[in-house]
Design a protein around this ligand. Structure first.
Ligand code: G3P
Length: 218
């Protein structure tokens, strides 16, 4: 399973990239706004730090505008994946950009029917938002299960399931059990995944016992 980082904070990305766990990055207009920086500069910098797919989202709402913005974003670097919303215009633009060889991440997916359309439009990634479904009392992970099951019926579909709006490590584990290809994680959740109280307790006990021996490995 691939891990993308869901942030436009380049310093965070640099730190996490050193762990060897980061396969790509996703951004959206909210994350770019939070960075306080120009989208073209941030995306270019992220593309230099992480060689995997870097999602950069358009803000136009009509196909022609999406194509213009998408082409400009895609020209930043070879690893840009243009992020398009799951609308008729977005999926029309998706088909055109994919035919030209550009990676596309179709975002704001909230139903299996939408995911099926995105796959037919040739999306490289489909981004179902699990946390936002949970927030309105629906089961976000059930959607991931449905999409994985549907895509697996059609081996010719190459669209990867990119689990987005992840709120906690259990979402990631459940997504992995369902066979989702990618999860995009806020930095805090990737860090949280390392933690277990028994790891901390066990390490403290090992170090205490080691100290009693008076030995040193180096
Ligand atoms: O980038 C898309 C998605 O991961 C957003 O998550 O937390 O704003 O629902 P969130």
């Amino acid at each position: 399973m691939k891990f993308f980082i869901d942030t436009a904070d380049v310093e965070e990305i640099r730190k996490l990239a050193k762990t060897g766990m980061v396969d790509g990055v996703t951004t959206n207009p909210t994350l770019i706004a939070k960075s306080g920086r120009k989208i073209m500069d941030v995306i270019a910098e992220i593309c230099d730090v992480v060689p995997g797919p870097i999602s950069a989202e358009v803000t136009a709402t009509e196909t022609e505008g999406m194509l213009k913005e998408g082409r400009k974003l895609a020209a930043i670097a070879k690893n840009v994946a243009v992020k398009l919303p799951l609308t008729v215009d977005g999926l029309t633009a998706c088909k055109t950009l994919r035919d030209a060889g550009t990676m596309v991440n179709v975002t704001l997916c909230f139903s299996a029917a939408q995911a099926l359309l995105a796959a037919k439009a040739g999306a490289t990634f489909i981004s179902p938002f699990v946390g936002r479904l949970d927030d309105i009392g629906q089961d976000g992970m059930e959607l991931i299960s449905d999409i994985c099951q549907i895509y697996s019926q059609y081996p010719e579909l190459e669209t990867e399931v990119l689990v987005a709006s992840v709120r906690h490590p259990v979402h990631v584990v459940q997504a992995a059990k369902m066979g989702a290809h990618v999860a995009t994680l806020p930095p805090a959740i990737l860090r949280q995944m390392y933690n277990h109280p028994l790891t901390d307790k066990g390490l403290a006990a090992f170090l205490a016992d080691w100290a009693k021996t008076g030995q040193s490995i180096l």
